[in-house]
Design a protein around this ligand. Structure first.
Ligand code: NOJ
Length: 621
C-alpha cells in the first residue's frame, strides 16, 4: 500500500474516528494513592493536577480516574453516596473541572469510573428506599422478605442463599421495615434494581451530565452484574429470586470469595444476566448515540467468556467498546476461590491471553491489563520481584502486554516496575475485602498465618500503596502520615530516579507507548502466537499490510536450556525496534541456533516464579 493510499484505519483523521482508542494507551489513577497535595495522607485531585507532567511525559492518551465522588469510603469510593459531587477528601468539583480542562489542554482524555450496579447505603436514593415499604423508591433496590419459617435476621433467613463477593451473605436485614436488601458486595453497597426503568433513566441522566461536563467516557464497574436472574412474580407482587444449589463447585467465572458450603453459586444469578445486553444497548442509545466521536466506553466484566465479550464489544450492537475480562487474573485461584492460591505457569498465561487475542480477532476488542487497584502488582504475580530480576521482569511484561492487539492499561506505578508491598501484618491492611476475608476465614478455623500469606500475595492493598515519587521520607506522596504504608522500596524505586534514565522501566514504557502511536501495526495488526507450547518464551507476530513485527520475550531466569528457535529463523535479518535492556539493541545471544534472529535465550528453571530476563524485543522485518 503506498503512503498516498493509507489503510482506512490509519488515515490522518483516525483520531476522530470512533475507534481512536485502538492506538491509545490508558493510565489508571487510583486517586487515594496517587499524590497528596494537602498533607492529610490521602491522595487527592490537587495531587493529580501537580503530576500531569508525569503522565504527559509517559505519553498516555487517556486517564481513567477511579471514583472521586462523595462516598463514605467503605470500599474506597466504589460506594458512592452522591454521583454529582466530589468527596471533600479528594477536593472539589472545580478541581475536577480543572483536571478535565488541563488534560484536554495536554491532548489527554478523562474517563470517569461509573459505579452503578450499586450505590452506597448512604446514598439519598437508598435512604428513601429504606424509609418504608411503600416509598416510591422502594423498588429501586432489591428488598425481599425473610425466608418463611425462619426468625427474621437470623442466619438462614436470608431471602436467597447467595453469597457476597466480600464474604458472608449477599443480604442484610433491615429491622426498620423487616426486610432484607441485596448487596453483591459489602452491606454498605446495596444493589440497584435495574429491572426498574426509573433507576435506569436516573443513571442515564447522571451519565449525560458528566459527558456535558466534558468527561470522555466511562469505565463501568462490574457492569455485567446489573441484570439478575429473576423468577416469576411472587405473592408479594415482586419478582422472585431463586436459590442456588449448596455444596457445589466454585464457579470459576467468579474471582471473589465464594464459600460454597454456606452459599450457593452466586455468579450464576448475577453475572451476564438475561437482560444485560438489552440494558447496555438502551444505555448506549440514551447516553452515547449522537455524541461526537472521541468517547471511550469500557466495561468491567468479571466472569465474561470470549463469546460474551464479542457480544459486548461488537460495534454493530452498540454496547461497549471493550471489556476487562478476568480469565488471566483468575488463573491462580483454586477451587475455593481467590484466596485459595494456586501456582500458575507462564504457559497458562500465554494460552489464556492468546485465546482472547484469537477470540476477538474479527469482531470486538481487547482491553489489555495485568494489574489494577483490585489485583496484586503484575511484576510480583506474573514475573519476578526478586531484586536481581524485578526491573527487567517489569519491562518484559510491559513489552508483551503493550504489543498485543488491544488497548493497554497502565496501572499507576507499574511504569516504575513497582512490586507488591507484601504486607505481613493485619494492622497494615486497609481493604474491606481483605479485612472481611481475614475475619471470616479465621472464624472458620483457618490458620491466621496462612490467611495473611495469601493476603500478602493477592490482597488489593498491594496495588494501593502510595505512589513513590521520590526518595524523601513521604516518598513525595505526602508530607503527612500516609493512609497506607509506603512501599518498602520507595527510596530506590521511584519516579524521580527513573524519568531521566533512558534504561529505566519508565523509559521503556515510554518507548512502548510511543511505538503504539507511531506504528499502525501495533494498533491494528493481526496477532499470531509463535512457539505456542514454549514454557519460557512468549513470542508472537503482528502483521499489518506489508509490515510484520516480532515480539520475543523470555519469561524465565535460568540460563541452561536452549529452546528450538527454528520457527523464528525467517527473522534473522530483523531490525530491532525496542529492547528491554540497557542500550538500544538487544543483548548478544547466549546460545542460539544458526539463522535465528539473534534471540537471546535465558531459559526457565521452573514454571512458577518465572523470572524474566532481558530479551523482550519487537522487531520489524
Ligand atoms: C470492582 C471494583 O474495581 C472494585 O474495586 C470494587 O470493590 C468492586 N467493583 C465493587 O464496586
Amino acid at each position: 500500500m503506498s503512503p498516498a493510499d493509507p489503510h482506512p484505519d490509519v488515515r490522518p483523521d483516525s483520531v476522530a474516528r470512533r475507534d481512536w482508542w485502538k492506538s491509545a494507551v490508558v493510565y489508571q489513577v487510583y486517586p487515594r494513592s496517587f499524590a497528596d497535595s494537602d498533607g492529610d495522607g490521602v491522595g487527592d485531585l490537587g495531587g493529580i493536577l501537580d503530576h500531569l507532567d508525569h503522565l504527559e511525559l509517559l505519553g498516555v492518551d487517556v486517564v481513567w480516574l477511579s471514583p472521586v465522588y462523595r462516598s463514605p469510603m467503605v470500599d474506597n469510593g466504589y460506594d458512592i453516596s452522591d454521583y454529582h459531587d466530589v468527596d471533600p477528601l479528594f477536593g472539589t468539583l472545580e478541581q475536577l473541572e480543572e483536571l478535565i480542562a488541563q488534560l484536554h489542554a495536554r491532548d489527554m482524555k478523562l474517563v470517569m469510573d461509573l459505579v452503578v450496579n450499586h450505590t452506597s447505603s448512604a446514598h439519598a436514593w437508598f435512604a428513601e428506599s429504606r424509609s418504608s415499604t411503600d416509598n416510591p423508591k422502594r423498588d429501586w433496590y432489591w428488598w425481599r422478605s425473610p425466608r418463611p419459617g425462619h426468625e427474621p435476621g437470623s442466619p438462614g433467613s436470608e431471602p436467597t442463599n447467595w453469597g457476597s463477593a466480600f464474604s458472608g451473605p449477599a443480604w442484610t436485614y433491615d429491622d426498620h421495615t423487616g426486610e432484607y436488601y441485596l448487596h453483591v458486595f459489602a452491606p454498605d453497597q446495596p444493589d440497584l434494581n435495574w429491572e426498574n426503568p426509573e433507576v435506569r433513566q436516573a443513571v442515564y441522566a447522571m451519565m449525560r451530565d458528566w459527558l456535558d461536563r466534558g468527561v470522555d467516557g466511562f469505565r463501568m464497574d462490574v457492569i455485567n452484574v446489573i441484570s439478575k436472574v429473576v423468577g416469576p412474580v411472587g405473592d408479594d407482587g415482586r419478582v422472585t429470586l431463586p436459590d442456588g444449589v449448596l455444596g457445589g463447585e466454585r464457579d470459576p467465572r467468579w474471582p471473589g470469595v465464594v464459600d460454597t458450603v454456606s452459599f450457593a453459586d452466586t455468579p450464576a444469578f448475577v453475572l451476564n444476566g438475561p437482560r444485560v445486553h438489552e440494558f447496555l444497548q438502551e444505555m448506549h442509545r440514551e447516553v452515547f448515540t449522537d455524541r461526537p466521536p472521541g468517547l471511550l466506553i469500557v466495561g468491567e466484566t468479571p466472569g465474561c467468556s470470549v463469546g460474551e465479550a464479542v457480544l459486548y464489544t461488537d460495534p454493530s450492537r452498540g454496547e461497549l467498546d471493550m471489556v476487562f475480562q478476568f480469565e488471566h487474573v483468575d488463573l491462580d485461584s483454586g477451587p475455593k476461590g481467590k484466596w485459595d492460591v494456586l501456582r500458575m505457569t507462564m504457559l497458562q498465561l500465554k494460552q489464556s491471553l492468546g485465546r482472547w487475542q484469537d477470540g476477538l480477532a474479527e469482531v470486538g476488542w481487547n482491553s489489555l491489563y495485568l494489574g489494577n487497584h483490585d489485583q496484586p502488582r503484575c511484576v510480583s504475580r506474573f514475573g519476578s520481584d526478586a531484586p536481581e530480576h524485578r526491573e527487567q521482569s517489569a519491562k518484559a511484561l510491559a513489552t508483551v502486554l503493550h504489543m498485543h492487539r488491544g488497548t493497554p492499561y497502565v496501572y499507576q506505578g507499574d511504569e516504575l516496575g513497582t512490586s507488591n508491598a507484601g504486607f505481613t501484618r493485619l494492622e497494615q491492611l486497609r481493604d474491606v475485602e481483605s479485612l472481611n476475608h481475614y475475619a471470616t476465614a479465621v472464624a472458620r478455623g483457618e490458620d491466621p498465618a496462612d490467611v495473611l500469606r495469601a493476603l500478602a500475595y493477592k490482597g488489593r492493598d498491594n496495588a494501593r500503596v502510595p505512589m513513590s515519587w521520590d526518595a524523601s521520607p513521604g516518598a513525595g506522596f505526602t508530607t503527612g502520615t500516609p493512609w497506607l504504608d509506603l512501599h518498602p522500596l520507595s527510596g530506590s524505586v521511584n519516579a524521580a530516579a527513573q524519568v531521566e534514565d533512558p534504561n529505566s522501566a519508565f523509559s521503556h514504557y515510554r518507548r512502548l507507548i510511543a511505538l503504539r502511536h507511531a506504528e499502525p501495526c501495533v494498533a491494528h495488526g493481526t496477532f499470531r502466537m509463535l512457539l505456542a507450547d514454549h514454557e519460557q518464551l512468549y513470542c508472537f507476530e503482528r502483521s499489518f499490510g506489508d509490515t510484520r513485527l516480532l515480539v520475543v520475550a523470555n519469561l524465565s531466569s535460568a540460563a541452561d536450556v536452549v529452546p528450538d528457535l527454528s520457527e523464528l529463523a525467517a527473522w534473522s535479518s530483523a531490525e530491532p525496534l525496542i529492547a528491554s535492556v540497557p542500550g538500544s539493541s538487544p543483548p548478544p545471544p547466549t546460545r542460539s541456533p544458526p539463522g535465528s534472529p539473534g534471540s537471546s535465550v535465558w531459559p526457565d528453571r521452573a514454571v512458577w516464579e518465572p523470572l524474566w530476563a532481558p530479551s523482550a524485543r519487537p522487531s520489524r522485518r
